[in-house]
Design a protein around this ligand. Structure first.
Ligand code: DX5
Ligand code: ZN
Length: 238
């Protein structure tokens, strides 16, 4: 099984901001597939991080796609700003958005990949009528707002359910997971159907450095792929 079927998206939230360009370049050299940029406004989540200027600074520093995870109220006000700064995909939350279809189609009309994020308490069922309109679903495996939280095991059945829905409705759609992903939890989410893993502290927070950290994550999912469970009994029983 091709291990590259599982993509790694290091989250810069856990990076050393004084060496951000260097750390992102190192992640690229070590085989990261995209860079995940967590944007928090202190309203939608109880924490503040950074805005589009970070994307603008990183754009010339890497050839990897930059995905912006918008944990902000009223994302519609900021879509152009993030896209002009160089974001390749924009991920918006289902929660708190009364005009989700419009938001996602504006992202697509601006020529970028549209992603939809659901929090741990939000059921997979909310995706049913909108899944055909997105390139990516992000299932939060912690409550958004902070890095270094414990992975919520209760999200695993939901990941399996979302994978089933994707296979039925939009097979090309990525299924990404975010929060508490490390070498122990990565195999669980991949076996449940995830094909893109966000990891912050498990990439940039490891004392032995980014290369060793990415190597450990790759080893953990080596030989696994969400595709391996496509026809399994486990999959059909979920
Ligand atoms: C949480 C963010 C995550 C966070 C993950 O709100 O969306 O992307 O950076 O951090 P770790 O990998 O440390 O859980
Ligand atoms: Zn994130």
């Amino acid at each position: 099984m091709d291990k590259s079927a599982v993509k790694l998206a290091p989250s810069i939230l856990a990076a050393d901001f004084a060496r951000l360009g260097e750390q992102v370049a190192e992640a690229e050299r070590c085989g990261a597939d995209r860079i995940h940029v967590d944007v928090m406004d202190g309203h939608f989540v109880p924490n503040i991080s950074f805005g589009a200027v970070i994307i603008q600074s990183l754009r010339p520093a890497t050839r990897l796609p930059l995905e912006s995870h918008l944990m902000i109220s009223n994302p519609d006000f900021f879509l152009e700003q993030f896209i002009e700064a160089g974001a390749d995909s924009v991920l918006v939350h289902w929660e708190g958005n009364n005009n989700l279809h419009r938001t996602l189609h504006r992202i697509k009309a601006l020529g970028k990949r549209a992603g939809l994020v659901i929090n741990p308490a939000t059921p997979a069922a909310v995706l049913e009528e909108i899944l055909q309109d997105v390139e990516q679903v992000l299932v939060m495996t912690v409550n958004p707002g902070f890095g270094q939280q414990h992975f919520l095991n209760t999200t695993l059945p939901k990941i399996r359910r979302v994978r089933q829905m994707i296979e039925q409705i939009n097979p090309g759609c990525d299924l990404e997971v975010d929060g508490g992903i490390d070498a122990a939890t990565a195999p669980l989410v991949v076996a449940s159907g995830a094909n893109v893993l966000v990891a912050g502290s498990a990439v940039f927070g490891e004392s032995e450095g980014v290369a060793a950290a990415i190597g450990r994550l790759r080893t953990a999912v080596d030989g696994l792929s969400h595709l391996t469970t496509n026809n399994s009994e486990e999959r059909t029983l979920q």
